[in-house]
Design a protein around this ligand. Structure first.
Ligand SMILES: [Zn+2]
Length: 150
């Protein structure tokens, strides 16, 4: 199972993660939704990324993020009928590893890839990707990669 990301989307995510430091950034990954979207082992391609405002209260944005449901509804309406949809969610972990927290697990949507960027001293140093298991009790790691821009 894997998440391939366009180089354009990767640039958006990594730049957002660094710019938000020491707070968390968050946003959506868009791409075509495969028939086996809900199956462990699927391969996804995110062709673009949409940065969203971290809606969590300011004092705790260093370790929490919240996605605005209205922003999600607007993007879903925009993509309706195109075969594309929200295939993943990205956020950053400032001064922390790119492993999902219990909070991430509690709030994880089914099927979506969760790309977590670890940021140390303002630099994106690690990227890992996760998918929630069907029973919602854990994450499994997915391979994540993108082509560097030549
Ligand atoms: Zn997290």
């Amino acid at each position: 199972m894997s998440l391939r990301v366009s180089s354009g989307a990767a640039r958006v995510v990594l730049a957002a993660a660094e710019a938000a430091f020491p707070q968390e950034c968050c946003g959506l990954l868009l791409g075509s939704v495969p028939d086996d979207f809900d199956k462990i082992g699927r391969r996804l391609f995110a062709d673009s990324a949409r940065e969203l405002t971290n809606g969590w209260e300011a004092s705790a944005r260093t370790h929490r993020y919240a996605i605005d449901p209205l922003a999600v509804a607007r993007i879903e309406a925009e993509l309706s009928g195109t075969g594309r949809g929200i295939v993943g969610i990205y956020h950053s972990h400032p001064s922390a590893p790119a492993w999902p927290s219990p909070f991430d697990l509690e709030r994880a949507w089914p099927c979506c890839s969760y790309w977590i960027v670890s940021v140390r001293e303002g630099r994106a140093v690690d990227s890992r990707c996760w998918m929630r298991t069907e029973d919602g009790r854990s994450f499994v790691e997915e391979e994540i990669y993108w082509e560097e821009r030549p």
